[in-house]
Design a protein around this ligand. Structure first.
Ligand SMILES: O=C(O)CCC(=O)C(=O)O
Ligand SMILES: [Fe+2]
Length: 279
């Protein structure tokens, strides 16, 4: 790795304002890790919120939420589960409460725009990812990508966006783990488009950094940064990885799509080609 010092990158405590050290780290590398933002009790409640939301969505038979495709699969017990669940907080009051909690709301200040907001109703809303390496799982890892590509697809001005990751399981190479390439949030448009093949390349990068996190940790990454999620070498329960993402957006508000009525964003057809379930 070109950045050996980042292997054990610093982790911070979230206060009412950001310290200079936290801001400098985030601006330089494009991500920042806060430990213990949510208590074990809160983490259990959030998982409960997702379980309730999943029951509602499965009962509704909807395959999309606000035009965004949902990934369903089966866990190690053969139970039907929602593996990529957009707009989850629309199905759970507990998850909605988390989004409006000041610990999440104050993170918008990382984006230096007046219009910066926690965008619960825009893009994919609050996305709940549930990876598990079981026989009938359809979501086991995620190839290299940036989260800002879709703005380019719409030929819109690319306002920077951030993604807040709320960890619900321990996360490391054991269950896949998030890998980021520090500093790539500063690349130009060419780099954002062509540095790697979107969703189709999975290979380790010499500059990647593994995010090792505990339940209740919050890791924010810049939307223009390259990242991927590894494939667990283990099976079933050990491979389980649950994490929520909440976008911070700036610029004009993106229109909400009525459930299933509007066309799926073109960008999601690209994701549909992603080999989430193979290795
Ligand atoms: O699961 C993760 O930590 C990352 C997921 C991700 O990159 C995405 O949903 O865009
Ligand atoms: Fe992503």
């Amino acid at each position: 790795m070109d950045n050996p010092s980042l292997k054990n990158y610093p982790k911070f405590t979230l206060g009412s304002t950001f310290t200079k050290e936290q801001l400098d780290f985030f601006n330089k590398y494009g991500f920042v890790h806060f430990t213990g933002v949510f208590s074990p009790q809160e983490v259990s409640e959030l998982i409960e919120g997702y379980n309730d939301a999943s029951k509602k969505l499965i009962a509704s038979k909807d395959k999309m939420v606000n035009g965004i495709p949902v990934i369903f699969g089966h866990d190690e017990n053969g139970q039907r589960i929602v593996q990529r669940f957009p707009h989850t907080s629309k199905y759970s009051e507990r998850l909605h409460q988390m989004v409006i909690d000041d610990r999440i709301q104050r993170l918008r200040n990382l984006l230096k725009y007046k219009s910066a907001r926690i965008a619960e109703d825009e893009r994919d809303g609050v996305v709940f990812n549930h990876y598990v390496n079981s026989k009938h799982s359809r979501f086991k890892h995620m190839g290299w990508h940036t989260d800002s590509l879709r703005e380019v697809f719409y030929l819109k001005k690319v306002y920077p966006m951030l993604n807040i990751g709320v960890y619900l399981d321990k996360s490391s190479e054991i269950n896949g783990g998030l890998r980021v390439i520090p500093g790539t949030h500063k690349q130009n448009l060419w780099g954002m488009l062509f540095h790697k093949t979107y969703y189709r390349s999975f290979k380790e990068d010499k500059d990647e950094v593994l995010v090792v996190a505990d339940p209740g940790d919050v890791v924010i990454h810049h939307g223009q940064m390259w990242h991927r999620v590894g494939h667990s070498d283990f099976k079933d329960e050990v491979s389980r990885r649950r994490i929520m993402y909440i976008p911070i957006l700036a610029g004009p508000k993106q229109k909400k799509m009525p459930n299933g009525k509007k066309k799926t964003p073109i960008y999601h057809h690209l994701q549909a080609f992603a080999k989430f379930d193979k290795k």
